[in-house]
Design a protein around this ligand. Structure first.
Ligand SMILES: NC(=O)c1ccc[n+]([C@@H]2O[C@H](COP(=O)([O-])OP(=O)(O)OC[C@H]3O[C@@H](n4cnc5c(N)ncnc54)[C@H](O)[C@@H]3O)[C@@H](O)[C@H]2O)c1
Ligand SMILES: O=c1ccn([C@@H]2O[C@H](COP(=O)(O)OP(=O)(O)O[C@H]3O[C@H](CO)[C@@H](O)[C@H](O)[C@H]3O)[C@@H](O)[C@H]2O)c(=O)[nH]1
Length: 434
């Protein structure tokens, strides 16, 4: 059993903290956001993530997991400190390392015994791990040691707990092999492949993995543009490609493209890493550009069907960047709403989980109304645009919706519904190459 401090209890930090506690370690989660710590101490989770409330509650009750805003109070007796703070993009697309560097400084200043510092945040190679190690060394008490281990996280929001307990691999990059082995030992109960490597390779593995998955999505979206022109069906194509195990069936869903706090920023950051080294990656820029075009394409198709948006009401179903989360960071749904409002539409929006998170980031607009449910959102609208593939949108009473609308267009931005069934009900069903 180890004493572990987790700095930053957002999606990654809170899941990591609860996971380590479940394995039997004594874990303290630290966050500078007092609101988050107050909620956690009341037994509430600051965001929506399946299975996480139960996991946190069980471990808090067992006395293995607690929370504080004070790094100084948490650090005595810590054998390990996990840094799980944000690395958001700067305006130039680089990863902003300031939260990581500040967390490293606080950990080093508060450490009272030698410990291992584990960097879980996604950080670019090319000097950042070296800089974090130098910050640790310069702020520790004399004679104390805190080797740095880079251990990027691969969980997905919406299935963070499942992914954490069933990882495809653990990637561990370190200069100190004893420290790397100690971190690897944490993952031993999971029986997953463990890759021991150097810090830069571990850092780049994370960016390369996200860029590859984003590439699959942009690739299928590019194929859908070609498929549409030759009258081919993108779902059949994706299925046919996916049977080939070398390609794999996942991440071939065409639609509005990828959003979220990771793919957009990490593809940009990887481009920036390359450019910093004097290499312009045409490939990565194409992945971003194709993705950026998908929302405009959906709005354009709908605009053509409606003869423009002036005087038209559009129901947008979905605000979150994916189902099973209330996270709206870089959500394609929000881009689509902004485009619709700019082009003169009235928007009636609904999401099962992300209404309040969306309201916090979308500027209030006279033409944007948040509705109590999907039926209220569709009432009187000329069109419906599906922006998030929440499964419950599939089982809505679509014939009831049909009769309550002023128009009949449905733009299925996530390929969620059956085109034949929708057309059979009298909808003008629009999608990407369908
Ligand atoms: N969200 C994901 O699905 C995911 C998955 C894999 C990797 N990542 C990476 O993990 C990192 C964290 O992402 P996230 O989505 O969990 O972020 P998040 O924004 O949800 O959480 C970060 C937390 O760190 C806290 N924080 C910042 N500086 C602090 C400090 N000095 N002391 C204490 N707390 C501090 C913030 O208040 C916030 O609560 C990022 O680098 C991200 O790219 C995220
Ligand atoms: O075939 C697909 C699959 C996904 N998406 C979209 O891609 C985005 C990202 O989805 P997903 O990868 O499931 O969610 P994230 O939580 O962003 O997880 C990604 O980003 C994390 C943060 O780095 C990584 O840890 C994960 O491994 C990686 O999957 C969402 O907008 C999805 O709608 C598609 O458009 N088509």
């Amino acid at each position: 059993m180890k004493h572990i401090v987790v700095i930053g209890v957002g999606y990654v930090g809170l899941t990591t903290a609860a996971f380590l506690a479940e394995l039997g370690h004594h874990v303290t989660g630290v966050d500078m956001d007092e609101g988050k710590i107050v909620l956690l101490r009341q037994g509430r989770i600051p965001f929506i993530e399946p299975e996480l409330p139960e996991l946190v509650e069980r471990n808090v009750r067992a006395g293995r997991l607690n929370f504080t805003t004070s790094c100084q109070k948490a650090m005595p007796h810590a054998d390990m400190a996990f840094i799980c703070v944000g690395t958001p993009p700067t305006p130039s697309g680089h990863a902003d390392m300031s939260q990581v560097e500040e967390a490293a400084r606080q950990v080093a200043l508060a450490a009272t015994q030698p410990l291992i510092v584990v960097l879980k945040s996604t950080t670019p190679p090319g000097g950042n791990a070296e800089r974090v190690a130098a910050i640790l060394a310069s702020h520790l008490s004399p004679g104390m040691d805190a080797p740095l281990v880079v251990n990027p996280e691969f969980l997905r929001e919406g299935s963070a707990v499942y992914d954490t307990f069933h990882p495809d691999r653990a990637v561990i990059g370190a200069w100190d092999s004893a420290a790397a082995e100690e971190v690897a030992a944490l993952y031993a109960p999971l029986r997953c492949p463990v890759l021991l490597t150097d810090p830069a390779s571990a850092q780049l593995t994370k960016y390369a993995s996200n860029a590859f998955l984003a590439t699959k999505i942009s690739f299928i979206n590019e194929i859908s543009r070609i498929a549409e022109r030759v009258g081919a069906n993108i779902h059949a194509i994706a299925q046919g490609m996916g049977f080939d195990e070398r390609i794999g069936a996942e991440f071939l869903e065409s639609g509005l493209g990828y959003g979220g706090s990771c793919f957009p920023k990490d593809v940009l950051a990887l481009s920036a890493i390359a450019e910093q080294q004097g290499y312009y990656s045409q490939f990565l820029h194409a992945v971003t550009d194709i993705n950026a075009g998908q929302c405009s394409l959906a709005v354009e198709k709908l605009g053509d069907a409606l003869g423009g948006f002036h005087g038209k009401a559009v129901c947008v179903l979905g605000l979150a960047f994916k189902p099973q989360t209330d996270d709206v960071r870089e959500s394609p749904a929000l881009s689509v709403i902004s485009m619709l409002c700019r082009q003169g539409a009235v928007v009636q929006a609904y999401d099962p989980a992300a209404m309040s998170t969306a309201q916090k980031v979308l500027p209030p607009h006279a033409a944007l109304e948040y509705c109590a449910d999907a039926y209220a959102a569709a009432l009187g609208c000329h069109a419906v645009l599906i922006a998030t593939n929440w499964p419950e949108f599939r089982s809505l009473d679509w014939s009831h919706i049909h009769s309550s609308m002023a128009g009949k267009a449905v733009m299925d931005g996530r390929g969620l519904l059956s085109p034949d069934e929708m057309r059979g009900m009298g909808f003008e069903y629009l999608a990407f190459a369908n």
